[in-house]
Design a protein around this ligand. Structure first.
Ligand SMILES: [Zn+2]
Length: 136
């Protein structure tokens, strides 16, 4: 009889331990939350452990030796009158304008598109129709 009681007590103790463990798990706050569908929420600065470290100063650049400076006295063949060339001339102003688009008629979808004139041709097919045809 006493033996039976002891066994029962042991079992009850085991059950209590299990119940304690279960209740402990429920109270744990670090349990991962249920996965939510859709796009995960954007991480704010606070809940991400990413830290911006202060940028270290880069290595100070050290000027290397310019080997071409040794070649200044090098005798090379110079065309006659090279020293008479005057480069100090006023530059010609740039006057070329940007291109103007032209309207081309797509033979496939019967719409008109403004296109760069270098693509002008008789049987024009627009980009959309070409992509539809070739699945680009
Ligand atoms: Zn088209």
């Amino acid at each position: 009889m006493k033996d039976k009681l002891n066994r029962m007590l042991n079992k009850i103790e085991e059950l209590l331990l299990i119940v304690e463990e279960m209740t402990d798990e429920k109270e744990e706050p670090s349990k991962p939350a249920k996965k939510k569908r859709g796009r995960p929420p954007k991480k704010t600065k606070q809940d991400s452990d990413f830290q911006v470290k202060q940028q270290q100063q880069s290595r100070t650049p050290v000027a290397g030796k310019n080997k071409f400076e040794d070649m200044l006295d090098l005798h090379v063949d110079r065309p006659e009158g090279y020293d008479k060339i005057d480069d100090n001339v006023k530059r010609t102003p740039r006057t070329r304008k940007g291109f103007e688009t032209i309207d081309l008629f797509c033979i496939s979808c019967n719409k008109t598109f403004p296109v760069n004139p270098i693509f002008k041709k008789d049987n024009y097919v627009c980009d959309r129709c070409v992509a539809k045809k070739f699945g680009v």
